[in-house]
Design a protein around this ligand. Structure first.
Ligand SMILES: C[S@@+](CC[C@H](N)C(=O)[O-])C[C@H]1O[C@@H](n2cnc3c(N)ncnc32)[C@H](O)[C@@H]1O
Length: 475
């Protein structure tokens, strides 16, 4: 086989990144925008020793799971990698992605829940644990409460905003997205019009000129409140009051306009300093009746409908009765912490972003919780120091919800030494989850009881999981 050969390929599998896998003869090819059940005519674009890549030219026979794409930009944008897959098939794909990562990367005895009772996977004999079917949404669209939209100029020098094309920094012009609320499109058009009126230029990544880099938008789905944060390559923003007036006038729910200063070249979106232009500098939202203040720099789950399901699972898995002391690691603005605080004696939380901990403390207070205590710092350091100082304090449950890279090993080691009866691991990356579960089970005497995937990121290949581990060893 050579590059540029045209081949017919039957797609039989999917990578964890959502690329179809098929064979041209005996040679495996990875082909984007295809799915199991498709037969495609493809051109070979790249060859390695044992496999290659192709680009689909024509779908000869479509998969039974293939549905019409609803966003015309989906393929170029790359944000919704599996939008052409029927939603039930998306959920199956996600359940299997978690299962396969746990088995392949973690070497763990995971089984699909429907197989858990069968003689081949005798749970007791194999120590197998079930991966439950991924919990999906009724309406898997317009679910995101946050967008970070880059601004730039097109080839004709016109101001554009939209999304980076997959694996590049070319902006695909689009104000409206099928994953975000309709108000976000209205705000982006309004910001663009304001830039044109006052001669505000977008940032140019190549030469570092221009002012506006990104617009960060957040909406509280329960409160309707909207925060607009302009990320600028400078110290001040001329005519920001006029922008605030226009947002006030035209956008229902507009609550706050902030400025974030980022003068550093490179692709980090947010800079270290945020200033308020109008309103309180944050919005509030509620999850299961608990009210949260959310600042621009603070992490907040992007899909609030599924977040309630996820956190309720975390609370259920924690098995609290009212007498337990809990550590919530990587706690953000204290969302999981406050869910747990409803049923625990005491909850400690730790988080690296100082602003998020300010939010967490205020959130505890505004909801009347007096049984929480929050620390700023790295989870691996704060937990270690705290444990050295409080070796006698019994910790019953630890919850962790780390970023994609998973938990620091030192953090897992301290958890192991603290010996909580249960660990609840919330993860947005099943590969690092698998690595960490292996460490907890092999080195610290824990057993995985169950894994519940939850679809927080419909139309994409990403999946969130909530895992219960029980302490089984008396070591
Ligand atoms: C996936 S978020 C979870 C936040 C929170 N549990 C929630 O659901 O809203 C991960 C959080 O870990 C924080 N973080 C990243 N590295 C950290 C570290 N080494 N120690 C403590 N927190 C960290 C991030 O700032 C972020 O808020």
């Amino acid at each position: 086989m050579k590059k540029n050969d045209i081949v017919t390929v039957e797609i039989t599998d999917l990578t964890t990144e959502g690329e179809g896998i098929g064979r041209a003869g005996a040679f495996p090819l990875f082909i984007k925008d295809t799915m199991p059940g498709d037969t495609v005519r493809a051109v070979v674009t790249k060859l390695k020793k044992n496999y290659g890549y192709g680009k689909a030219l024509e779908i000869l026979t479509p998969s039974g799971d293939r549905i019409p794409m609803c966003c015309p930009l989906a393929r170029r944008c790359g944000g919704c990698q599996i939008q052409e897959m029927d939603y039930r098939a998306q959920l199956r794909f996600k359940t299997e992605k978690v299962l396969n990562n746990l088995k392949r990367i973690g070497g763990l005895p995971a089984v699909l829940s429907e197989d858990a009772g069968s003689p081949e996977t005798d749970r007791e004999a194999l120590d197998a644990f079930p991966v439950l079917p991924c919990i999906g949404m009724e309406k898997p669209w317009h679910y995101r409460n946050k967008a970070q939209v880059p601004f730039g100029r097109n080839r004709d020098g016109e101001i554009v905003c939209g999304f980076y094309a997959g694996r590049s920094h070319d902006i695909i012009e689009s104000e409206d997205c099928f994953l975000t609320p309709p108000e976000f499109g209205e705000i982006l058009r309004l910001v663009k019009a304001w830039m044109l009126s006052y001669g505000i230029w977008p940032y140019d990544e190549q030469d570092g000129s221009g002012l506006l880099r990104h617009v960060l938008l957040r909406k509280g789905f329960h409160t309707g409140e909207i925060l607009v944060c302009l990320i600028i390559n400078g110290d001040s923003l001329p005519h920001s009051e006029e922008l605030a007036d226009a947002l006030d006038r035209e956008i229902a729910g507009f609550k706050a306009l902030s400025l974030n200063i980022n003068k550093i070249r490179g692709n980090t979106i947010l800079g270290p300093e945020t200033r308020q232009i109008r309103g309180p500098g944050a919005i509030t939202d509620t999850l299961s009746g608990i009210s949260f203040r959310i600042s621009p720099q603070s992490f907040y789950q992007v899909n609030p409908v599924q977040t309630e399901i996820l956190y309720k699972k975390a609370l259920e898995f924690a098995g609290l009765t009212g007498s337990e002391t809990v550590w919530d690691l990587y706690c953000g603005i204290g969302t999981i912490s406050l869910f747990l605080a409803q049923k625990a004696k005491k909850v400690y939380g730790v988080e690296i972003v100082p602003q998020a901990i300010e939010d967490a403390r205020e959130n505890a207070e505004r909801n009347g919780f007096t049984n929480t205590e929050f620390f700023v710092g790295k989870a691996e350091e704060v937990l270690h120091v705290w444990y050295e100082e409080h070796p006698e304090e019994q910790i019953d449950v630890v919850t962790v919800d780390p970023p994609r890279k998973g938990c620091d090993e030192k953090c897992l080691e301290t958890i192991g030494r603290m010996r909580p009866q249960r660990i609840v691991y919330v993860s947005c990356d099943s590969a690092t989850l698998a690595r960490d579960l292996r460490i907890l089970t092999e080195q610290y005497g824990y057993r995985v009881e169950k894994v519940q995937p939850v679809d927080q990121f419909c139309q994409t290949v990403e999946v969130e999981s909530c895992v219960l581990l029980e302490r089984v060893s008396s070591l």
